[in-house]
Design a protein around this ligand. Structure first.
Ligand SMILES: *[C@@H]1O[C@H](CO)[C@@H](O)[C@H](O)[C@H]1NC(C)=O
Ligand SMILES: *[C@@H]1O[C@H](CO)[C@@H](O)[C@H](O)[C@H]1NC(C)=O
Ligand SMILES: *[C@@H]1O[C@H](CO)[C@@H](O)[C@H](O)[C@H]1NC(C)=O
Ligand SMILES: *[C@@H]1O[C@H](CO)[C@@H](O)[C@H](O)[C@H]1NC(C)=O
Ligand SMILES: *[C@@H]1O[C@H](CO)[C@@H](O)[C@H](O)[C@H]1NC(C)=O
Ligand SMILES: *[C@@H]1O[C@H](CO)[C@@H](O)[C@H](O)[C@H]1NC(C)=O
Ligand SMILES: *[C@@H]1O[C@H](CO)[C@@H](O)[C@H](O)[C@H]1NC(C)=O
Ligand SMILES: *[C@@H]1O[C@H](CO)[C@@H](O)[C@H](O)[C@H]1NC(C)=O
Length: 731
């Protein structure tokens, strides 16, 4: 179930491939299994619901049918075959200058749909982790109804969302559905979500509901809500009413009634809300209204340029004082109140980016360090005391950021309970692999792939590095901070929908590890986000993630289907906008597909090359002549080689669209390790070449004998080694 390749359907593909040209409807996420026949269309006008009584279901039916009739959707981009062009056109007179006539349906409809029948096996299932979301939807020849069956109401909601996207306008204002159609669908992962942050900037209720609308349309089911942060506390807490003194204004507060309203709006659309109160780091606003003594380093000087002196990853600093007894009394009360408002069985308690320096402001912590203990020991103290303390209030599944295990500087030094779900955000595949190898359940939020806030430059204002008028640095020729590069965005570049969709986050995991992946959540941190821009930064990129975690990024043959997604996501963007979700445009409505005329990269028949002692090994590469002959720069660092065994023997797989790339270098050499993913640089253009390394740097002996594995899911990423944790980042 969790394997991308299995997600697509072999049997259906032939039929679909033939008929996709004719069927303009193209729902996103693509169902795991959709089979269109070609018996023409049924018209779709007044339909009634025949279903077990359930308020959520009735509401959804009303919403969906209303939307269908109101929008009378005309697909904005259909899956017609991409035109072929000669590499360089030769004039051929009048050739192929046909006028294009729009057609959305297959002709006059033979019958009408009058009913939607829904069968649900268990109408009592609650919207909680692992609720069954599968459904089947059929329109059989000769019938007059849509036949939906699902295990739970939440599966049926997805069926209705699909239905909403496959009933379309025939071009003359009549609503039609092509038939017969048979859909058998279920998600790959139980956690499919986005994260919003209402602590850095306030996001209003109506904009949050807008995100939930987009989520339900794309079958995302988890809204991870980072409610508060050191900068502001917009959440009403009855036990401590003063906390909202630290909201940005009295208008920028979520009353508990508003929170409940948002929770039920989401639940009616199959969206769980996992609330996050980030503790003990990222804490200042709100808490300081209760008692400043439970905080340390609040509003201390945030040194932008001297990293060693930092007390926090970003201004304003502040952490809960881990050794103050009152911290536990206060956090327990806040937690308890939040659990009464958010019914989800999962609760996020944060845990990211603790800073040693911040604790130097606490006399208790200074004593602790004097006794020879470390920041990691202090973090462990928090884990050992806070978790049982929370559990005693309300027993939930806790989610924490990966830092508690994997922060280089502060990871807790002892046991972290295995029933805590860890959210991986640094170092891409390496951390996912590490955490699952240790037996933790993992939510994928790799900043290199799915952070939606990256690439908008820096936001700290008093940064002299922007005040440079020339480039490069006249003294040493190095590129200046605000030329090229990230311009201050710690996780630049902007993550495009293509990058998100292409992320193979289970790459090289064992089945046991794969089974521990709960899904993925794309965070949109809001230092530079508020009501005005949230939807355009969120959408339609979140929809690329939605399909990735619903039915995967590969077709029935296991090949990447990013090109195929293009039409679907272009249509979906327009559909979002039509439904009131302010999604960003992705490309000119016509055009933008010059590369899409190429097959997706993996269909270019990847070739294998062995690299031994810095040379491409020509014997094995005989079948791949075009890639042979390059010099590979490798580390000559003896200690490194000895400590890591045979770093000098590597094998690369090229996915270069057949372009000849020689010579090339492998980099960054000093950090090569077994299992690393690396970029290769084309020496001539100095550009990274899109490759993947597999079974990277095997031992000398087994390179020759080991059978080459079949092309496997393979990340086409830049090195995830270099970006992690350097200079810190957020959350
Ligand atoms: C997909 O649907 C077709 C037609 O109903 C069926 O033959 C096939 O077994 C289905 N595949 C899966 C994986 O459900
Ligand atoms: C639909 O029916 C009309 C009226 O009978 C006819 O003129 C038209 O050609 C038909 N269209 C198709 C595509 O069959
Ligand atoms: C904090 O609580 C612990 C037990 O929970 C107690 O032993 C200790 O004395 C308390 N510390 C202070 C400063 O009150
Ligand atoms: C904070 O305290 C630790 C441990 O005593 C020390 O190593 C570190 O240098 C201190 N940080 C600063 C900025 O003084
Ligand atoms: C919390 O729930 C889990 C799972 O049901 C259970 O194993 C554990 O004992 C509970 N812990 C407490 C403190 O009630
Ligand atoms: C995970 O990473 C930590 C810190 O780098 C390391 O000590 C540990 O060995 C790794 N574990 C696995 C299973 O990769
Ligand atoms: C330019 O490079 C020199 C030498 O590396 C360095 O000392 C200086 O700080 C750099 N200037 C800027 C503005 O980065
Ligand atoms: C894949 O996993 C195996 C087994 O854990 C490991 O030996 C190998 O180095 C990994 N390869 C990559 C490219 O991660």
């Amino acid at each position: 179930m969790r394997d991308f390749i299995l997600a697509s359907v072999l049997t259906a593909s032939a039929l679909f491939a033939r008929h996709a040209d004719a069927v303009a409807a193209n729902p996103l996420p693509k169902p795991a299994n959709i089979t269109w026949g070609d018996s023409g269309c049924f018209s779709f006008a007044a339909v009634t619901l025949e279903a077990p009584h359930h308020e959520v279901l009735q509401d959804a039916f009303d919403r969906v049918t209303k939307t269908i009739t109101k929008l009378k959707w005309i697909p904005a981009a259909t899956e017609a075959p991409v035109r072929a062009f000669d590499p360089f056109p030769t004039p051929t007179g009048a050739a192929s200058k046909r006028k294009h006539r729009r057609q959305y349906g297959s002709g006059n409809c033979t019958a009408s749909i009058t009913k939607v029948k829904i069968h649900i096996a268990n109408t009592h299932a609650e919207l909680q982790h692992n609720v069954d979301e599968s459904y089947e939807l059929q329109v059989a020849p000769g019938t007059d109804f849509i036949d939906i069956s699902a295990q739970t109401v939440y599966g049926a909601l997805h069926a209705l969302t699909t239905l909403q996207q496959i009933v379309i306008n025939d071009g003359s204002g009549r609503l039609i559905i092509e038939q017969p159609v048979s859909i058998k669908d279920k998600p790959l992962y139980p956690v499919r979500g986005v994260m919003i942050d209402t602590g850095r900037n306030y996001i209003s209720k109506s904009k949050i509901l807008e995100q939930i609308d987009g989520m339900s349309l794309s079958k995302l089911n988890v809204l991870h809500w980072h409610l508060v942060d050191s900068q502001s506390w917009p959440v009403e807490i009855a036990a401590y009413p003063d906390m909202t003194e630290d909201a940005y204004s009295p208008n920028e507060v979520f009353s508990q009634d508003t929170l409940k309203e948002i929770v039920s709006y989401a639940a009616a659309r199959g969206v769980r809300i996992i609330p996050e109160i980030d503790m003990p780091g990222h804490a200042s606003s709100g808490w300081k209204q209760i008692d400043e003594s439970i905080l340390t380093c609040t509003d201390s000087w945030w040194s932008n340029d001297v990293w060693a002196a930092h007390t926090a990853v970003e201004p304003n600093p502040g952490q809960l004082d881990i050794l103050n007894n009152k911290t536990y009394e206060v956090t327990a009360k806040v937690y308890k109140e939040m659990t009464s408002i958010f019914p989800d069985n999962w609760f996020h308690i944060g845990g990211d980016e603790l800073f040693l320096n911040c604790n130097n402001f606490s006399s208790l912590a200074v004593e602790f360090f004097k006794s020879g203990k470390s920041m990691g020991d202090l973090y462990q103290y928090w884990v050992d005391r806070a978790i049982p303390n929370f559990r005693a209030q309300a027993n939930k599944t806790f989610v924490m950021w990966e830092d508690v295990k994997l922060s280089t500087a502060v990871a807790a030094t002892g046991e972290v309970p295995k029933n805590i779900v860890l959210q991986a955000w640094n170092n891409g595949l390496t951390h996912i692999s590490n955490l699952t190898a240790q037996g933790y359940r993992v939510i994928v939020s790799s900043s290199d792939f799915v952070y939606l806030d990256c690439g908008f430059g820096g936001w700290v204002s008093n940064d002299p590095r922007y005040n440079l008028q020339i480039n490069p640095n006249a003294t040493d020729g190095s590129p200046n901070f605000n030329w090229g590069g990230g311009g201050g965005s710690w996780c630049a570049p902007y993550k495009t929908w293509q990058r998100i969709y292409d992320y193979d986050f289970t790459f090289n995991l064992t089945d046991t590890q794969k089974g521990l992946i709960q899904g993925a959540i794309a965070p949109l941190w809001s230092e530079q986000v508020d009501d005005v821009v949230i939807s355009q930064k969120m959408w339609p990129r979140a929809a690329a993630l939605a399909e990735l975690v619903w039915s995967g990024n590969r077709d029935a043959n296991g090949k990447k289907r990013t090109t195929e997604l293009t039409q679907r996501i272009l249509n979906f963007r327009e559909y979002l906008v039509a439904n009131g979700v302010g999604a960003s445009p992705l490309m000119p409505k016509r055009g933008g597909k010059s590369r899409a005329q190429q097959p997706d990269q993996e269909s270019a028949n990847p070739s294998w090359v062995n690299i031994v002692d810095g040379k491409v090994e020509s014997s094995l590469a005989a079948a791949n002549k075009k890639n042979v002959g390059g010099e590979v720069q490798q580390t000559t660092d003896k200690t490194l080689i000895e400590s890591r065994k045979s770093v000098h023997v590597c094998r690369l797989r090229f996915l270069d669209l057949g372009r000849i790339i020689t010579p090339f270098t492998v980099g960054p050499p000093a950090s090569l390790r077994q299992g690393d993913i690396n970029t290769v640089t084309d020496i001539e253009s100095q550009r990274p070449i899109d490759i993947t390394t597999q079974s990277f740097c095997l031992g000398t002996e087994n390179v020759a004998s080991e059978a080459l594995p079949a092309p496997a899911p393979s990340p086409r990423s830049e090195s995830s080694l270099v970006s992690a944790n350097i200079g810190g980042g957020m959350p």
